[in-house]
Design a protein. Structure first.
Length: 177
């Protein structure tokens, strides 16, 4: 995953220096990051979408904005039937629980996501706590792959999310072009 994270950082650096960039540096990296996360989940036999839902639930439970009528990202992810549903659930979660980041410029959001992804790569490289990698870092990998596509203006297609028993490495997270 390190080369994909480097591609995002390279994009951010080039933008800051007013150099030529291509959105594909980020969108292609995001697709590959998602593919790697789905592949690892398949390899270790876990339901990545279920872990992703639980991760949003944990994040929301700690947030000062959480209340009974607040947006429930965990429920939204569990109810998602398409990749587009998942993208919208993540966007709504971010809008409600992370206005500090969603209110930033797109460039600043990308920089923020690149920092998070660097932390994830570091956590996998150290691999000290397998449970933390599975319950936090792996779902965060998919989460940030989705955020990258969204901040780059890519709309996910209505490809069906497969049931946990059917999910395979070949599942693509691609935006409608």
């Amino acid at each position: 995953m390190a080369p994909q994270v480097a591609a995002v950082a390279n994009y951010c650096d080039h933008v800051e220096h007013n150099e030529a960039v291509s959105a594909h540096w980020v969108t292609n990296a995001a697709e590959e990051i998602a593919r790697l996360a789905l592949g690892l989940a398949d390899e270790i036999g876990v339901d990545l979408i279920g872990l992703y839902a639980e991760r949003l639930g944990m994040i929301e439970a700690k947030n000062v904005l959480k209340h009974p009528a607040a947006f429930d990202g965990q429920a939204a992810v569990l109810a998602a039937t398409t990749w587009r549903d998942l993208q919208v659930a993540q966007f709504e979660h971010d809008r409600y629980y992370h206005p500090d980041v969603s209110g930033l410029s797109k460039s600043a959001q990308l920089n923020h996501y690149a920092l998070h992804l660097a932390k994830i790569v570091g956590a996998f490289a150290l691999a000290r706590d397998e449970e933390e990698l599975t319950t936090r870092r792996l779902p965060d990998t998919l989460l940030f792959a989705i955020k990258l596509q969204t901040v780059m203006g890519q709309r996910f297609g209505d490809d069906a999310l497969l049931q946990s028993s059917q999910r395979r490495t070949g599942t693509r997270v691609t935006a409608s072009r």
